[in-house]
Structures are given as C-alpha cells and as structure tokens.
Design a binder for this molecule. Structure first.
Ligand code: UT7
Length: 343
C-alpha cells in the first residue's frame, strides 16, 4: 500500500502590497514642549535626531483604534472587502495587555470574519517581519489577502525625565494589505537578529518586578515604577549605520535591483543622521526620494515605515508601481529589509 500523501497547499505565485494607510494622533508635541521635561534644546534635538515634532496619542487613540483607522484606509486602497482578509498580523511592542492578541479585536472591528489574527513583537523591524510572514502565507496558499499593521503608543513607555529617549518616540499606526500578484512585488526578505545586543534597547524592568503580584514572593521590589524604554543610543547608532547599510545592500542584491532603479528609499525613521549615513553607504543617487517623516512624526517603531510610505505616496514624492527599498531595525536587536513595489 502506498503511503498517503498530503495534498500540497498552493497559493499565488507572487505577492505585493495592494494598499497602505496610516493614522497619526491628533496631539502634536513640538520640541518646545519636550524642553519642559528635559534639559536640552530645539537645536540639539533637530541636529542630533532630525525631529521637530512628534504625535502622542490621547486616551481614545488606543492601539486598536489607531490600527482600525489605518487599516480601513489600506483596505479601501486595496479595493477589497474586509471579509476577504485571510490574516491579520499586528506588529507592536506597546500594546500593554498581554493576552489576548490585539489583532483579534482589530480583525473583528474591521469585519475580517474568522481570519487568523495574531501579534508579533519585533520592535522597529515589526512591519518587515509582518510583510515576510504575509508573503509566505499568500504564496504558501494559507491566505489570499493579509493585513499587516505596525502600531505603537510609545508615549506610554516613555520616561519623560530621560534625556536620552524623551524626545525620540512617537505614536501612530500604519497598515498594508498584501495580496496575490502576477509579478513579484516583495523581494527576498533579508532579516535577522543579534541577541548579544538585547540590552541596548530594552524595557527598564519587567512588569512582574515593577508591580507587586498579590501574595508574590518572587523578588518583587519594594519600589514600584512604571516600566519605560531605555536606549543606549551610541551602540545602536553605530550598529544601524555600519551593519544596516550592508543589510540594505543585500536586499537590493537579492532583488536584482540597483540603487538608481529605486523610486523610494523608506528606512525605519530612527534618526535622520542614520538615514543620511545609509544614503551615503548605498551610494543612493540624489534622484531617489527618501522618507524623512521622522521630522514630524518622531520614531514610531513598527509604524514608521508604513506611515512614511503613505506620506510619500500621498505627497506625490513616490509613485504607485515604483520600487522602494524598506529597512527596519531596532530592539532585539532585529532587522528586516526588502525591495517592494509601491501600492
Ligand atoms: O528605533 C530603534 C533604533 N534606534 C535608533 O536607531 C536610535 C539610535 N541612536 C540615536 O539616534 C542617537 O544615539 C541619539 C539621538 C539617541 C543620541 O544622539 P548621540 O549623538 O548619540 O548623543 P550622545 O548620547 O552621544 O550624547 C552626546 C552629547 C552628550 O554630551 P557630552 O558628553 O558630549 O558633553 C550628552 O550628554 O549630548 C548630550 N545629550 C543631550 N544634550 C541635549 C544627550 N541627550 C541630550 C539631550 N539634549 N536630550
């Protein structure tokens, strides 16, 4: 008797981003307001990071609410119905409720039916990680359309008295609908991690040491303090400038695309100086438009790439159908880069 064989799942040959959307909180925090919390100057913040202002979410602008707003736009641009979505992936490090995944609530609110829904934690590389998963799900035959959301309320995890991070972070959501394509729309993902540097960007303390569990005996400190993000800026900066330019080049090479063929460069919005150093390392011609959304948005971690992509498309700086190089990098350390076709 022949052994029974599993029928292979078959999906689309290729995938691409079909729609992108963003949500920016209403409240603008200019550098002048940050100077009320820390000893700094508008000039220092602008020249060292490129940030002029950032958006911070209000009580109504929850992780779910911002995601629903951004995803609604992405779904509309993709021209599909919400119930055609076959997967909801939410990349975030600032949804403060451990379980259930916020993706299920977001899927429900959008009308995505019984689509599988889950969260991923890959910090500023979260959107790229999500895109890679979506591409695999679609080409592997496990979904036709997948919603990838990058969303953060980093203000909830910002220590306003910490000079090295108080000016950096912002809130917002960006979403993309990924679906089948006749031509390749997402190049090979160059992704990875470096756990030896897990301490350079981290939460100051775990929730169980920050807050006493009733009856806890497991080392809960006397002092309770709301955890915040702590960053050792210099090593992260150096890593981003030296290592990430190589990763970006690998993504170009894997896609068989040269820098001059790009219609946009959309790096994670971590620091304008990191972006400028990457442009130099990649020998990106002046003709390639570069995302500089950080000036008005700050660093929104997983949301920064889709937010910047939406802005470039809306402003006409980048055009639908053009090739864009995206690269995310951050806490973990983790990274993900790919060449994609713009929706
Ligand atoms: O999104 C995840 C990935 N994150 C990143 O990629 C961020 C990477 N790192 C960075 O972007 C930069 O390291 C920062 C923007 C965070 C800091 O810039 P930096 O040029 O690395 O500053 P630094 O920490 O080396 O500090 C330089 C000087 C120091 O003074 P001295 O020792 O030279 O006298 C600091 O005390 O600037 C001082 N300083 C400040 N001055 C005014 C540090 N923070 C501030 C501040 N305002 N907020």
């Amino acid at each position: 008797m022949t052994k029974p064989q599993i029928r292979p799942a078959t999906g689309a040959q290729f995938s691409r981003i079909l729609g992108v959307g963003g949500y920016r909180p209403v409240r603008v925090i200019p550098n002048a307001e940050v100077l009320e919390w820390i000893d700094s100057s508008d000039e220092w913040i602008r020249t060292r990071s490129g940030i002029a202002e950032r958006r911070w979410a209000g009580p109504e602008e929850s992780v779910a609410e911002m995601s629903v707003q951004a995803a609604g736009k992405a779904i509309a641009q993709a021209g599909i119905a919400p119930d055609q979505i076959g997967g909801v992936i939410v990349a975030t490090v600032s949804h403060l409720k451990q379980t259930p995944a916020i993706a299920t609530e977001i899927g429900e609110r959008l009308g995505c039916g019984t689509a599988p829904a889950f969260d991923i934690s890959a910090a500023c590389a979260g959107f790229g990680y999500g895109l890679g998963l979506a591409d695999g799900m679609i080409r592997g035959g496990n979904a036709e359309y997948v919603l990838v959301i990058g969303v953060e309320r980093l203000s909830d995890l910002t220590d306003q008295s910490d000079r090295s991070t108080a000016f950096i972070f912002g809130d917002g959501a960006g979403a993309a609908v990924v679906g089948p394509s006749d031509t390749p729309g997402i190049g090979k993902l160059i992704w990875g991690s470096d756990g030896s540097q897990s301490e350079v960007i981290t939460q100051t303390q775990a929730w169980d040491t920050a807050f006493a569990k009733p009856g806890a005996v497991n080392g809960v400190g006397e002092e309770t303090k709301w955890p915040a993000l702590r960053m050792d800026g210099q090593p992260v900066f150096r890593w981003a400038v030296w290592e990430m330019a190589k990763v970006a080049q690998q993504a170009l090479d894997a896609a068989g695309v040269t820098a001059d063929q790009l219609g946009a460069f959309i790096p994670h919005q971590a620091n304008m100086r990191i972006t400028d150093a990457m442009i130099k390392a990649l020998k990106l011609p002046d003709s390639v438009p570069v995302a500089r959304d950080i000036a008005e948005t700050g660093n929104t971690s997983a949301a920064s790439i889709p937010l910047a992509m939406e802005r470039m498309l809306e402003s006409g700086e980048a055009r639908s159908g053009d090739l864009a190089l995206i690269i995310g990098f951050g806490a973990g350390l983790v990274y993900a880069a790919a060449v994609v076709t713009l929706p």
